[in-house]
Design a protein around this ligand. Structure first.
Ligand SMILES: [Zn+2]
Length: 411
């Protein structure tokens, strides 16, 4: 690994961390702001390292959670129809599973706007969400979902266990990778999970990020980049066992990990197979990590060269989807409003504000359809099919999409 970092150690096992990618000075990815707020904007250094002992890929610097998951956290899980279907399937999978008892209790960590637990509630099943962000928790409550506005950790999990009994399923989608203090999560799971219960979580997969060079999955909220190997090692360290893994296509490629108490279940063949595949690919070897960093720099150079050329040719370029991921792209590649006019987004709370760090104006989607640009840079590339189908008229009018995962290309 290229840059040895003296005192930095793995957040899971305290092994030595080797930094392999520096994405520079970055803002909070979800902190959209007004012109007046620019002077006080918070920045940190976004860099990634891998643990030489347990293989866990993680950020070198941690952003305090209070700064990220605050009251008005703007992300809503149910924004996309693909995700709504995904979570409905997930809920039904739990309710039909062998480990759900006769009166199952389903707990979700980071229940967001209640999209998954809403389906559990509709089935008349006991449930509880943990959600630290008050506003999205309120959205879930309006759907009839029970939510506790709190972080999930040992004391809060123990309180729930005492009041409501053990949980058959503890689930988390795109949440566990946000949490540096993984040990505290596992202690909470230990306090609340039934003896035969399952802790199931899904997060962006490091194997997909390497394969697609999707470096925009790296931002403040994504602290860990899991592999089956690193999750298996972490689970063992905390007294649990990885008993299944499943590939998911959502959010640009994820793995779903199913964890049981040690000895409570026989691991599925998929666990050993996935770990072996990761070993054969050398997913966290210094060579792979160096190559990944070089690929990221190539994408940055290709994207900025394309956008500069289009500007010289007098083309209008806008961006589509002011995602959290796009903060990494705009700030790492230096995309200012000279290169990208504005970004349109369907989230009303973001409209009228500026994007973090790069300060691109966020406009409502109507602005896109009333005056089509020549090119649209698709930040929400993980929803590309859904968006391109919806915006067919843009293509029909001669518009072109710019994609940058896995390579920069115009379609
Ligand atoms: Zn480690």
């Amino acid at each position: 690994m290229t840059t040895p970092v003296g005192e930095t150690t793995c957040r899971v096992c305290r092994g030595p961390l080797g930094e392999f990618l520096d994405l520079g000075r970055q803002p909070l990815s979800d902190r959209f702001l007004t012109e007046r707020e620019i002077p006080g904007e918070f920045f940190y250094r976004l860099a990634v390292g891998a643990c030489a002992s347990c293989g866990m890929v993680q950020l070198m610097e941690e952003v305090p959670r209070e700064l990220m998951f605050r009251e008005d956290y703007p992300y809503h899980s149910s924004g996309s129809s693909v995700m709504r279907e995904h979570f409905a399937r997930t809920a039904h999978g739990f309710l039909e599973s062998a480990y759900a008892g006769p009166d199952p209790f389903v707990v979700e960590i980071g229940s967001n706007d209640g999209v998954m637990l809403g389906a559990v509630r509709d089935a008349g099943v006991r449930h509880l969400g943990f959600e630290p962000s008050g506003k999205v928790a309120e959205v879930a409550r309006r759907r009839g979902v029970r939510v506790r506005t709190d972080f999930f950790e040992e004391p809060t999990a123990s309180e729930v266990r005492a009041a409501e009994g053990p949980a058959d399923v503890i689930y988390a989608a795109n949440t566990i990778c946000h949490i540096p203090y993984l040990e505290s999560i596992f202690r909470g799971v230990d306090a609340l999970l039934a003896p035969g219960g399952r802790f199931v979580f899904e997060d962006p997969y490091w194997g997909d990020i390497v394969e697609k060079t999707s470096f925009d999955q790296i931002y403040d909220e994504h602290f860990y980049f899991f592999t089956a190997s690193s999750v298996r090692a972490a689970a063992e360290r905390f007294g649990f066992e990885l008993v299944d893994v499943e590939r998911l296509s959502v959010h640009g490629g994820e793995l779903r990990y199913t964890i049981a108490r040690r000895g409570a279940a026989t691991p599925a063949a998929a666990v050993a197979e996935t770990v072996e595949r990761e070993r054969a690919r050398g997913l966290t070897t210094p060579d792979t990590l160096r190559r990944f960093a070089a690929d990221v720099e190539r994408v940055r150079d290709d994207l900025t060269a394309l956008l500069r050329r289009l500007r010289e040719e007098g083309r209008r370029v806008v961006a589509y989807g002011a995602t959290a991921k796009s903060a990494t792209v705009t700030n790492f590649c230096g995309l200012d409003s000279g290169l990208v006019e504005w970004v349109c987004d369907t989230t009303p709370q973001k409209q009228g504000l500026l994007t973090p760090g790069a300060h691109l104006p966020v406009v409502p989607p109507e602005r896109f359809s009333t005056s089509y640009p020549d090119y649209a840079l698709l930040f929400a590339w993980n929803h590309a099919e859904e968006i391109m189908a919806k915006e067919q008229e843009f293509r029909d009018a001669g518009g072109r999409w710019i994609l940058y995962v896995p390579d920069v290309r115009v379609v």
